[in-house]
Design a protein around this ligand. Structure first.
Ligand code: C2E
Ligand code: CA
Ligand code: CA
Length: 756
């Protein structure tokens, strides 16, 4: 429709409406008249034109108003949905009244109005740490120092959580004095962005401070960026490196290419490299390469990290040294010995293993202290290492045991010469802290592969050979099968003893000690007997040395002591026996820290008075550490126990010590008694007896078998004898019978001197 036509229509319509209005509101006649008068009036046309003009303008204004209202409503709707969509809060602050209108506040769907009397108006919801900044930023804006107010801070949300927001605003109205009176703005939730930003910052800081050198390459392996550690390690500035193609310092182009290729098929690769660094050192480094892919899965970046492995390597080395090196002598240790021998035995040529053990080292250690002992071992190790051939290896297996592995040798002459050389070197005295220390050693030798197919068997056999060498004293011995038999037998006996202790196979026999002059019982000695169901009686000469070595003697010794004390207590109670029972005490028992307590316990359990007990100890037992021994002996004597020096003359006890030992009895060893058939032997026994008497000691002659021996002993003034001549060791039943008979004989006056 054309505009003019449109207006005519509108005009007519309006006219009709007005007429209709007049018609309905008045009389039809009046209306009619009115209509007619209007038409008839001369100014009718002008009036109509003005009227219509007014109407048109009014209509136009109404339409425009309606349109702009619609538009406004639409804009408001748009703004509202945009705001709602953005989640931003719109605020309008009347600075003068403090009224704040908030739209889209998460708490309210409708705009809210509050009277805020704080500055800033939402002060209560701002994080205390951020408040000062927010305050100063608003003040700066209100003072017109900034065009906008903009602050990011933590704001308390509905759930009472702090969330990062970005608050932006602007003064929109000022008063006549140009003072701001109204300010509007938005609050945007930037919590996620902010936390991501914080994380990124953290990552960036980490990368910057990383001790590992980090470098980023693009997909073409051109350097994009490095961290400070990279430039510190490899020199030059960050800018200098930028754009450089990948190449490894100190490595060939081929090597660098190979590394580039290695990442092609993987997401992550690792390489261990030696890298020259700015300090001039070459460091062992681990290079880790990772790919960063874009959304399509194409390589965007390569991230390379160089980690210095030196410290780790050093620690590994230290750990390795610790487990494979003897900390005292710095020699390779037992672990290394087995490992090396394992490798060596894989190769088919022949080798020799020499195991050497110092003979009297314990004595040095005990008498001069462990510190000096340690120094001695260090010096000895240094000496011996110098003596070995360059292809051979020297080890400390533990304590005072060393091993030499002679590589590719089975030549007896070479091995023998080396053994002699080593023994000589060891025997050359050491001068230390004013002491001249002489030590000797024994060497056991095995050949690989004939003496054992594994390092373990080889060492075991070398130990066996060494054990035999030691028994023969300060020499070297090659391993042979007979030794092995002996070793197997030893092992069998060890097992038998273990079983025998459990099954109570240890019995005690008693051998009387007789007063030579009166024929009275002077005492008796308890002697252990090992009676096995299968092998019958095993001699103490066979099992005692093994029990001493394995330590089983401690348990066996206690069994003997307990049984002997119980038997004697019984015989005392029966009135059969009133003398002492002598029990042998081994060196191992003597060395027990709680020896006196153990003895006390047995005496208490069996209710035997201490005065009825005598302990026989050998020179070897006390001479290892005489000062310590004296203290223990005094502790025993103080309890009322008697002490006898057994096998006297076979050991090395010096007279000066003998004087200081709180002994009661001295037992002359059987070897001297046997020797009495010649003049020299007789003189020897004579001097022992004289010396003992001078020291106020009671003398017992052991192993007396012949009447001649007895006669001689009596002449020399020996009071007591023990031996087959009078009685063999007897079982407890036999001994009880012997005691009864003795009393009976005595009652019949039959007790006379043993020598008629
Ligand atoms: P020992 O303490 O010198 O004991 C004396 C040894 O001489 C005993 O040998 C005894 O039977 C033997 N004997 C006694 N009179 C004669 C004789 O006239 N002629 C000969 N040829 N031998 C005689 P046994 O019982 O075989 O004990 C041997 C060694 O075993 C003992 O020598 C002692 O050192 C040790 N022994 C025995 N029983 C024990 C014990 O209960 N504990 C400890 N630690 N050692 C013991
Ligand atoms: Ca004895
Ligand atoms: Ca003896």
């Amino acid at each position: 429709m054309k505009p003019r036509l449109k207006y005519q229509n509108v005009f007519n319509k309006i006219l009709s409406v007005l007429c209709a209005f007049a018609c309905v509101s008045s009389y039809p006649a009046i209306a009619d008249e009115f209509h007619q008068s209007l038409i008839d009036s001369p100014s009718y046309i002008a009036t109509v034109v003005i009227f219509v003009g007014v109407l048109v303008i009014m209509g136009w204004a109404i339409i425009s108003l309606r349109r702009s209202r619609q538009h406004l409503r639409h804009s408001q709707q748009l703004l509202k949905s945009t705001l709602e969509g953005s989640g931003d809060i719109l605020w309008d602050w009347n600075i003068v009244t403090g009224e704040v209108v908030r739209i889209n506040d998460e708490r309210h769907s409708q705009p809210t109005r509050v009277e805020a009397h704080t500055f800033p108006p939402n002060r209560a919801r701002i994080h205390p740490q951020d408040l000062p900044t927010v305050e100063s930023l608003i003040r700066a804006h209100l003072a017109q120092k900034t065009v906008f107010f903009e602050a990011s801070y933590r704001m308390l949300d509905e759930q009472g959580q702090w969330r990062w927001v970005l608050d932006r605003g602007k003064v929109v109205e000022k008063n006549a004095q140009l003072q701001p009176v109204r300010m509007t703005g938005t609050v945007k939730d930037i919590h996620d962005i902010k936390t991501t930003e914080q994380r990124l910052n953290l990552f960036a800081t980490c990368v910057e401070n990383l001790t590992d050198a980090m470098v980023i390459y693009d997909s073409e392996f051109n350097l994009i960026d490095t961290n400070p550690a990279f430039t510190q390690l490899f020199g030059l500035s960050r800018a200098h490196h930028h754009g450089h193609p990948f190449s490894l310092p100190g490595h060939t182009v081929q090597r660098s290419d190979a590394i580039k290729k290695s990442i092609a098929q993987a997401h992550h690769v690792q390489h261990e490299l030696n890298m020259p660094v700015i300090t001039g050192q070459t460091l062992c480094m681990e290079l880790g390469i990772d790919k960063v892919l874009d959304q399509e899965g194409n390589v965007e970046y390569y991230i390379m990290v160089f980690s210095d492995l030196s410290e780790r390597k050093n620690a590994e080395q230290a750990l390795n040294d610790l487990s494979n090196q003897d900390s005292l002598t710095r020699l390779a240790n037992r672990n290394q010995f087995f490992a090396d021998l394992d490798v060596l035995m894989e190769k088919d040529n022949q080798h020799a293993v020499l195991v050497m053990d110092l003979d009297n080292f314990k004595k040095i250690n005990d008498s001069l202290g462990h510190q000096l002992g340690d120094k001695l071992l260090i010096k000895l190790a240094q000496r011996l290492v110098e003596r070995k051939r360059s292809q051979d290896s020297f080890y400390r297996l533990g304590g005072d045991e060393f091993a030499l592995v002679m590589r590719g040798t089975n030549d007896i002459h070479t091995i023998t010469a080396t053994s002699k050389e080593f023994l000589k070197t060891i025997a050359t005295p050491f001068r230390m802290l004013g002491h001249e220390l002489a030590i000797t050693a024994s060497i056991g030798i095995v050949l690989s592969p004939e003496d054992g197919m594994t390092p373990q068997v080889l060492l075991k056999n070398a130990d066996t050979a060494m054990y035999h060498a030691k028994q023969q004293g300060n020499r070297y011995l090659f391993f042979n099968d007979a030794m092995n038999h002996a070793a197997v037998k030893r092992l069998q006996i060890e097992n038998l003893m273990r079983f025998g202790l459990k099954k109570d196979h240890f019995e005690v026999f008693y051998q009387p000690k007789m007063d030579i002059k009166t024929g009275e019982i002077a005492g008796m000695e308890a002697l252990v007997r090992f009676i096995t169901p299968k092998k019958g009686l095993i001699s103490p000469g066979v099992f005692i040395p093994i029990a001493e070595e394995t330590g089983q003697i401690i348990e066996i010794g206690e069994v003997v002591l307990r049984k002997a004390c119980a038997d004697v207590k019984k015989w005392r109670d029966m009135g059969l026996f009133n003398q002492r029972v002598a029990v042998n005490l081994s060196a191992k028992q003597f060395a027990l820290a709680d020896l006196t307590l153990r003895i006390d316990t047995i005496l208490t359990q069996t209710q035997l008075p201490a005065s009825a007990l005598e302990l026989e100890i050998t020179e070897g037992t006390v001479m290892d550490n005489p000062e310590h021994a004296i203290a223990i002996m005094h502790a025993l004597v103080d309890k009322g126990i008697h002490l006898a020096m057994d096998d006297f003359g076979t050991g090395y006890s010096s007279l000066s010590y003998l004087k200081r030992f709180p002994l009661h009895t001295l037992k002359i060893d059987r070897a001297f008694i046997v020797d009495m058939e010649n003049e020299r032997g007789k003189n020897m026994v004579d001097s022992i007896i004289t010396m003992a008497q001078n020291l106020g000691l009671h003398v017992v002659a052991e192993g007396v078998e012949e009447i001649e021996q007895l006669q001689q002993l009596q002449k020399l003034g020996c009071e007591t004898m023990q031996g087959y001549y009078y009685s063999k060791p007897l079982s407890s039943e036999q001994f009880e019978a012997f005691l009864s008979k003795h009393i009976k004989d005595k009652s019949q006056g039959q007790h006379l001197s043993l020598v008629q």
